[in-house]
Design a protein around this ligand. Structure first.
Ligand code: EPU
Length: 418
């Protein structure tokens, strides 16, 4: 296992490129299961999670090659339709193969994802939706056995909560279904829009992109796709928050400022200077950060995937901040670690009350999940002294070359074996 050694206290300066979005690339890769032939996906980040989903596709019989950040995938010969526990347990998003396998192959066996560090995270919306479309689903020994005699049929699907991967799974199932599917209260995250663009380029008929009501007219078959992964808005946001923590002046290239409306407003209110072009952000921190309150919400609200990083920043701000987590019930794993570094945070139900103005210290901390780990990096970059963050494999699930990018911005960071 690797650990990260960070000597904090240096301002970030310079410019870096933002990578393709993990949470967009995963459904795009899963969607290649819908049509035989060579698909081309550009701007795919090289991460543990993208490696995991490619290993899953390979286990079905797909072949792929990577040239830089361009991925070519051929899912012509699918000989195995079982997603094994060993692969699914390391990444919940593996459930994204269920919809497309069922739509094209009419059969799939997918391990249930099991527990998760950030809450119960059930998949009932995925299963209820597929069942409404005519799929037969049996749960047996930790696996979902799914099948359909004929093509899936269109249905009316309503989500109690707009689920991102739920919307993506049902979209992928419905594009090849007979008839019309309507998804109400669909997720509007940009990653869902990226998938819709890919599916349309394959010949799918989908109305309502970027709205919470998607109407899908099923077609009989689809052709291979050529698509570009959108920039990672969470990676972008993480570096913006890091500049807030350390000070300095940073330009983030190849990003999409339109995808971060809530974060941009909050960081401006906290005192950061943020200038945007069509595909870049310039971020600087002229003076001390002021506290702001946030509440996580589905897009375009404040993303839950940036809550932990903002909490690290708020522990250094002037004043009191209330951070309310509305998406996941147990996403405060970073609080204990931030407290070890001297942050003053109290949890009250799904809110964290953060008393700012703390000078964080260099305690040894442990990464617990992907975004919690990112918050510890943000905190450590600003704290005085040298310390270690262990178990950084979590970070490698979702941040491409974080060490290289931070070094390019002048941070004193290196990776070592534990
Ligand atoms: N939910 C259900 N039943 C379901 C599905 C979801 O009750 O069948 C609930 C969840 O428990 C949660 C809410 O609905 O309370 C929303 O969850 P959602 O389904 O949207 O989450 P997800 O699709 O599993 C994706 C991202 C997460 C991100 C969330 C929220 C991917 C691969 N993952 O998860 O990303 O936090 O949306 O935006 O797209 C991360 O990258 O670190 C990460 C966790």
């Amino acid at each position: 296992m690797d650990k990260l050694i960070i000597e904090g206290g240096r301002k970030l300066q310079g410019e870096i490129n933002i990578s393709g979005a993990k949470n967009a690339a995963l459904p795009l890769i899963a969607a290649t299961l819908l049509a035989p032939g060579w698909h081309v996906i550009r701007n795919v980040p090289d991460l543990r999670d993208t490696k995991t989903i490619l290993a899953l596709l390979e286990s079905f019989g797909a072949v792929w090659k990577r040239d830089g950040n361009v991925l070519s995938i051929n899912t012509e010969a699918l000989t195995n339709l079982e997603a094994s526990y060993d692969l699914v347990k390391t990444m919940r998003a593996s459930i994204l193969v269920l919809g497309p396998l069922l739509a094209r192959m009419r059969k799939a066996r997918v391990s249930l994802p099991g527990g998760c560090a950030i809450g119960a995270r059930p998949i009932d919306f995925h299963l209820d939706g597929l069942s409404k479309m005519g799929a037969r689903l049996d749960l047996e020994e930790g696996y979902v056995n799914a099948s359909t005699g004929n093509r899936l049929s269109g249905g009316n699907i309503y989500f109690d909560i707009p689920s991102v991967t739920g919307t993506e799974n049902i979209l992928m199932a419905s594009v090849l279904a007979k008839g019309v599917t309507v998804i109400k209260n669909a997720a509007r995250e940009p990653e869902v829009g990226n998938l819709i663009d890919m599916l349309i380029s394959m010949g799918a008929d989908i109305e309502g992109k970027d709205t919470d009501r998607l109407i899908i007219h099923g077609v009989k078959d689809l052709r291979p796709a050529e698509v570009t992964t959108i920039p990672d808005r969470i990676e972008t946001g993480t570096y913006m928050v890091a500049v807030g923590a350390t000070g300095g002046e940073v330009t983030l290239r190849n990003c999409n400022p339109n995808h971060l409306p809530a974060l941009t407003e909050k960081l401006k209110a906290a005192g950061l200077i943020i200038e945007e072009t069509e595909n870049s952000f310039f971020v600087s921190r002229p003076s001390k950060i002021q506290s702001v309150d946030i509440k996580t919400q589905p897009y375009p609200g404040f993303p839950t995937d940036l809550q932990a990083q903002l909490m690290a920043l708020m522990s250094m701000a002037n004043g009191l901040s209330v951070i309310t987590e509305k998406i996941f019930e147990n996403r405060f794993m970073h609080v204990a670690e931030l407290k070890r570094m001297g942050a003053e945070i109290k949890i009250n139900g799904n809110s964290a009350i953060v008393k700012g103005s703390k000078r964080l210290k260099g305690a040894r901390v442990m990464a617990t999940d992907l975004r919690a780990s990112a918050s510890l990096v943000v905190a450590r970059l600003a704290a005085e002294g040298i310390t270690e963050i262990s178990r950084i494999y979590h970070l490698e699930r979702g941040y491409e070359d974080m060490v290289g990018k931070l070094q390019a911005l002048g941070a004193n960071v290196r990776k070592e074996k534990e």
